[in-house]
Write a protein that binds this ligand. Sequence first.
Ligand code: ATP
Ligand code: MG
Length: 408
Amino acid sequence: MIKAQRGTKDIMGLDVAKFRYIEDTARNVFKMANYEELRTPIFEDTKLFARGIGDSTDIVNKEMYTFFAPNNEENSITLRPENTAGAVRAYIEHGMSRMSPPQKIWYFGPMFRYERPQAGRQRQFHQVGVEMFGSKEATADAEVILLAQNFLKNLGLKNLTVELNSLGCPECRAKYKENIKEVLGKYLDELCDDCHVRYEKNPLRMLDCKCEQCQQVFAREEIQKVILADFICDECQEHFNQLKKYLDKLDVKYSQNKLLVRGLDYYNRTVFEIKSENLGSQNAVCGGGRYDGLVEMLGGEKTPAVGWAMGVERLMAIMSDLEKEKLDYFVVSTNTEEAIKLTQKLRENGKSADFDFSSRKFAKQFEKASKIAKCAVVIGEDEIANNYYTVKDLTSGTQEKRSFEELL
Ligand code: ATP
Ligand code: MG
């Protein structure tokens, strides 16, 4: 038997309702805030991700599904592991910078990463996200965080915490990087292999290391002092203070986490994550931040930008089940011709309806009807002879005679 690929899932049954609810809620919440939907292709030129996400990241190093287009060994293609790079490509390609800033977009769709499958971690998963291009102001950072909060509130989610940090600008971060490198350099032989690579390529990312042994090393006083040092320049500090002021005023609860560096290379200044107490070790539902250098790096004009992405499957895991919506009518009849005719008429008139295909006994049909419909419409011999329908409310059990117009 052929089975679904490891790390992929069929979304079905009650999960479909949740999945759709998340997408519908996103559409409503983002529309209210003047964001436009963007649907980019599922695959892009490999160079877009290699450059855009950065070749010192886990995504680019080990998680990409990369292949060649048929009969074209020159054309290396990658299934999108995230959607910021694709959004930036579209922004540049369609000259969106010529429209009046800021440009605000949102997206929803499948992403692909070759990871070890486990709870909260799949190889095909879905993300919903927003990107705002063209504003460097801290108000923009505040807006996208607020929007994330609105969205989560609309999904009925609680017990979520916002963690916040500022990575400064490339200038002030350079010195910090150097200091981190210097102090961690002394303990390299106690750190994992991945950290050795990060030490060379992107030392800040060491702080993000998930391994117990490395985190223990980082907890040492001498190292903590360097990690916790205030390194960001006055301008970056001012931007960060502004953001925190807005969040305070708007009643967004957050905590500052100096270890939050985020996996991707392109962030500067604000980075944040939203975590849930109700997920295990894969507890981040949302990750985001500011990426003022990315548009230029991918060949566009210098454009400040800020955004976030959420994992849809992780949202589904912490949402409570939604009740399955029932049909308006189930047509109960042993006369299948009448049944199919009425069902069709109901559907044409905007009522959801179904019927029994095999003219089984009434009792069997009622059994099915009460599981899936709000009301049963009975067409028996008397109903046909006298041209009416018997409608039974399957919740209350009451029964009444109705004409077709009354049914509608
Ligand atoms: P993590 O540290 O969990 O690997 P990340 O930094 O790789 O997360 P981002 O690239 O910021 O994650 O993606 C944003 C969100 O997408 C995450 O917070 C998470 O909810 C979700 N996500 C990321 N990777 C996966 C995956 N493999 N399966 C399911 N959801 C995922
Ligand atoms: Mg990851």
